[in-house]
Structures are given as C-alpha cells and as structure tokens.
Design a protein around this ligand. Structure first.
Ligand SMILES: Nc1nc2c(c(=O)[nH]1)N[C@H]1C(S)=C(S)[C@@H](COP(=O)(O)O)O[C@H]1N2
Ligand SMILES: [Mo]
Length: 211
C-alpha cells in the first residue's frame, strides 16, 4: 500500500464528521507575494483550445497503480463529487480568489486506481499536448480536484472543460486543463513548462516561479 495515499485517506476520514466541508481559510493574507487580485479569470493556453465532445471524452489513469482505468464521461461523473472554494494563482502575477469548483477529488481517483507503494509522483497529460507533474503528496491534498464546473456552471472550453485539474496551493500551470491522462510514477519527470524553465515546486507563497 502507498503510505502517502493511506495518510491522505486518514486525514479525509477524520474530517468526515463535518461532512465534506474543508478547512476554513483565513480571510486575510490570501494574496501571495508579487501577485495582484483580478476578477476577470484570464485565459492561458498554448494557442489551442481542444473541443472534446462528452461522448468522445476519456480519462486514462495508470502507471504505478493496482487498478488502471479508462473512464468515460458517465464513469467520471459517477465518482464521489465535492464542491470546494479555493484561490487561483497564475505565475504571470494574477490571482483570483474564491473560485467555486465542482469535481472529483484527486483522492477519489487514487482510491479507485490504488497507487502502489512505489508511486511518488504524478504526470498529467492534456488533449492540447500540454503536460505537468506534481509529487503524489501534493495531489492528495483535499483541494486538488478534477473539476468539471466553475462557479456552478459547466467548465467552458477555454478554461479546460470538459474537465481540468486544479492544484490551488501551486501556481496554476500545475493544473492541467483538458486533462486526458494521469500517470502515477515512481520518479519525477518534468512537464511542458517545467522543461522550459518554470520552477518544479511552484509554491506561490515562496515565489517559486522559475528554476
Ligand atoms: N492543457 C493545458 N493546461 C494548462 C495550460 C495549457 O496551456 N494547457 N496552461 C496552464 C497555465 S500557465 C495556467 S495559468 C492555467 C490557466 O488556466 P485558465 O486559462 O483557466 O486561467 O492553466 C494551466 N493549465
Ligand atoms: Mo500560467
């Protein structure tokens, strides 16, 4: 069994008494250093906005797991769902607060595929050719979702719909829009921006912008 996964499940279970409500966030000090608040949710991509009809959408999850899966849209929607409000920090210095996301917690996906003891990192691939990577422990945080709705509306194509990853405690490039494949890894490999000089740790509170 994977230790990080077991620990995350225990944290989740310990909170279950209060429903799926997540830890309260402080009202102040929410803008990381060097960031400014915006209210217009900018769009950032590689110049391609892939349109994936729901009946053709698939999410493949494999690698260092006991139970690899290939989910269709209806399989994905049948997984446990949460609504969570989180902040969004782009390395280009804008932050947008109180984004309401609905989706499947990464932890629920891990529960489905069962990461092996060797799984230490996760690699995400998207329909536009984008990729990014995160340590498994980062992905197992409560607020990491495969989101299909934003502010209670289906996630629009330009923001990564049908489904995108959000990793609120990291700069936003660590969340793959139009996610297509999630691979549990026994080592770290770099994604699109990480290969091009962006920081691998990407912690906004430490201003890990570039490597
Ligand atoms: N598939 C894909 N995901 C991606 C990107 C991309 O170009 N392609 N850009 C990243 C970057 S740099 C940021 S800041 C956020 C932007 O998300 P938004 O366009 O919804 O604001 O998505 C991230 N995820
Ligand atoms: Mo970004």
């Amino acid at each position: 069994m994977n230790q990080a996964f077991i620990a995350a499940k225990e944290r989740w279970a310990a909170r279950k008494g209060g429903g799926l409500r997540l830890a309260a966030r402080p009202a102040t000090d929410r803008i990381p250093p060097g960031q400014r608040e915006v209210h217009n949710f900018p769009i950032l991509d590689l110049g391609v906005k892939p349109v994936i009809p729901l009946d053709q959408w698939e999410l493949k999850i494999g690698g260092q797991v006991e139970n690899p899966v290939q989910l269709k849209w209806s399989d994905f929607l049948a997984l446990p769902q949460v609504r969570d409000t989180s902040d969004f920090h782009c390395v280009t210095t804008w932050s947008q607060l109180d984004m309401v996301w609905d989706g499947v917690p990464f932890l629920a996906l891990a529960d489905l595929v069962k990461p092996t003891a060797r799984a230490s990192h996760v690699f995400f691939k998207s329909y536009d050719g984008y990729s990014t990577n995160n340590p498994l422990e980062v992905c197992l945080d409560d607020d990491v979702l495969i989101a299909h709705s934003w502010n209670q509306q289906p996630l629009p194509t330009e923001h990564g719909g049908p489904a995108r990853v959000i990793v609120p405690k990291r700069y936003a490039w660590k969340g793959a829009k139009w996610v297509r494949e999630i691979t549990f890894m026994d080592r770290d490999i770099l994604g699109f921006w990480e290969l091009r000089g962006y920081s691998n740790s990407a912690n906004p509170w430490k201003e890990d912008r570039f490597s």
